[in-house]
Design a protein around this ligand. Structure first.
Ligand code: TXA
Ligand code: MG
Length: 335
């Protein structure tokens, strides 16, 4: 039976954090909030604990995990060498929604990195995540706490829905502040490559690094027509309903009419705020529309700037427009 402990998002209760830290030290699984989404955490240096994550999520073993750290002192022994760019970016963006990929140290288990020579590291700022890392005093491997392929969880209720009976403890601190996952940046490529757009924007990274490339798997230029037809392949971040995407509200409105005339139940994603607001609510909106039993979900894509690039990426994957396929040569990062 999973225990759910409510904690204050700003100043988490000591006893709840200590209980969660004890579960991690003993090799158990704890779901906890970060500023991006809820993570499903395990002791990163305990291979057996890490394997439990893959089983609980039904995550394929080719997809490596992010290791969360409390500070640079915890990060340093997990990497083979400290790249100058790593140091620069960490000083600028940590704690925060930036995950850095670098060569791994021998002590990082193959289970964590899916037998890759690199490890993905991130220092979260959410007070609950930070308190848990400090109390446990160990690096925490944590993917998003959803079932593989489903939208990432931005509320504890989503974790319960997907994984409720499969984990030892859930720390419930309410909705996560950002709502979209961290940016994954590969420092082993030159120039550094964004493998997954996320909470830290490409523009912010370019200010610090100069040139940054986008992995080829991040398609941000689908033809308007193409948006209507879901792809044939596996979907990610995907609700049960079909997702259709539009570049503007007029196109969306006429499609909604057409679907309603055909007696389809239509759900429309509320995009009335800015891209940050949409990022915060997107995954919850997709889950809520599914719960209402709609057949088709329609959404107008935000512009590519800032966090808009990440939101577009998740929507395209939810629609199945961008195919999800296993890694090839480190080029590809999606979940
Ligand atoms: O915001 C986030 O990043 C959240 C919170 C919990 O920190 N975590 C998260 O983890 O979204 P996950 O596992 O759902 O996504 C991690 C992404 C995956 O696309 C994975 O393939 C990629 O990071 N990744 C992890 N290690 C990697 C590595 N060594 N090389 C390339 N990509 C890696
Ligand atoms: Mg994920």
């Amino acid at each position: 039976m999973t225990r759910l402990l409510k904690v204050d998002p700003q100043s988490p209760q000591r006893d709840a954090i200590e209980r969660a830290a004890a579960v991690l030290r003993a090799g158990g699984l704890v779901a906890f909030p970060t500023e991006t989404v809820y993570g499903l955490g395990a002791h990163a240096l305990d291979p057996e604990a890490v394997r439990k994550i893959f089983t609980a999520k039904q995550r394929p073993d080719w997809d490596p995990l992010i290791v969360h750290v409390r500070d640079m002192a915890m990060a340093r022994p997990l990497m083979k060498r400290l790249r100058p760019q790593f140091e620069l970016l960490a000083s600028r963006f940590w704690p925060g929604a930036l995950t850095l990929v670098t060569e791994k140290a021998a002590q990082v288990p193959a289970e964590v990195t899916a037998r890759r020579p690199t490890v993905a590291l991130r220092m979260p700022w959410h007070p609950v995540a930070a308190a848990l890392l400090a109390a446990a005093d160990l690096p925490i491997a944590a993917p998003s706490a959803n079932r593989f392929g489903c939208p990432s969880p931005t509320r504890a209720e989503h974790v319960v829905e997907d994984l409720g009976d499969r984990i030892d403890l859930i720390l419930d601190a309410g909705p996560t502040p950002m709502g979209v996952e961290s940016t994954v940046l590969d420092l082993t490529q030159s120039p550094p490559a964004i493998l997954r757009p996320g909470g830290v924007s490409r523009e912010e990274l370019e200010k610090v690094l100069g040139n940054v490339s986008l992995a080829s798997s991040i398609s941000d230029e689908p033809a308007a027509e193409g948006l209507r037809s879901p792809g044939m392949t596996t979907k990610h971040y995907a609700p049960r309903a079909t997702v259709e995407l539009f570049e503007n509200a007029q196109l969306q409105a006429s499609r909604a009419d057409e679907l309603r005339r055909a007696s389809k139940r239509v759900g429309i994603v509320d995009t009335s705020g800015n891209a940050e607001r949409l990022a915060q609510t997107l995954f919850a909106q997709l889950r809520d529309l599914d719960a209402q039993g709609v057949d088709v979900i329609l959404c107008v894509l935000p512009p590519r700037e800032g966090v808009g690039l990440a939101v577009r990426d998740r929507l395209l994957r939810a629609a199945g427009v961008v195919a999800a396929k296993p890694f090839r040569g480190g080029e590809d990062s999606r979940e």
